[in-house]
Design a protein around this ligand. Structure first.
Ligand SMILES: [Zn+2]
Length: 209
């Protein structure tokens, strides 16, 4: 596991140039100026780490790469595994082994995909109750799993449809529509962070103008 690699961002001599690094270099990549003695336009701040443990995102949809973690293994949104958290942050997921819960150690660096903005206790009870009803259905037996037609997305979409929320209806027509409305906007931001991380691993410093 990586955890937050602590990417820093600062500005030195040029207003439009953001400089990223893990550790502040001695000199500016742009002007060659000494960074310890000269003033920084914007002092270093930590770039927010986009990944979070499922335990910290109750009543939420969560995604992660099918194998490995985002920073090292993510290529594109087609290799993502998806699950739902209970009000306690326990992940419910469906894969070739059937319906699984409580494998939270696999979900310490996932992306949260909030689909509903309701947080009161009645809502949490309703969410958990629906999760129980849906997850105990027979169709999540491992024998029914099919990589394309009956998979982790089928489970999450079935659960969300069972909530019967008007505002979600059009997004739940099929997997493609759901991905366009909810998944891709989340992975787009994460992909930028991942790309930056990989450049920094290779080059140490990255300048974005
Ligand atoms: Zn400079």
């Amino acid at each position: 596991m990586h955890g937050d690699p602590g990417i820093l961002c600062f500005q030195h001599c040029k207003r439009e140039a953001k400089i990223f690094c893990f550790k502040l270099p001695k000199t500016c990549r742009l002007c060659g100026g000494d960074l310890e003695t000269s003033e920084l336009r914007i002092p270093p701040f930590r770039v927010p780490y986009p990944f979070i443990s499922a335990k910290n995102v109750p009543c939420c949809v969560v995604i992660k790469p099918t194998t490995g973690n985002f920073l090292c293994n993510y290529r594109n949104s087609s290799d993502l595994h998806i699950g739902v958290t209970s009000s306690e942050g326990d992940v419910y997921e469906f894969d070739k082994e059937g319906l699984l819960t409580g494998k939270n150690e696999d979900w310490v660096e996932c992306l949260a995909v909030p689909v509903v903005a309701k947080y009161d206790n009645t809502w949490k009870e309703f969410w958990d109750y629906t999760l129980q009803v849906v997850s105990t259905q027979e169709k999540w037996d491992c024998s029914r799993y099919h990589e394309e037609n009956h998979n982790c997305y089928t489970f999450v979409l079935t659960f969300l449809r069972t909530l019967q929320l008007k505002e979600l209806k059009s997004s739940l027509q099929n997997k493609m529509r759901f991905c366009m409305d909810f998944i891709i906007p989340r992975t787009r931001g994460a992909a930028k962070y991942i790309a930056l991380f990989r450049i920094l691993q290779k080059d140490g410093v990255c300048v974005q103008c």
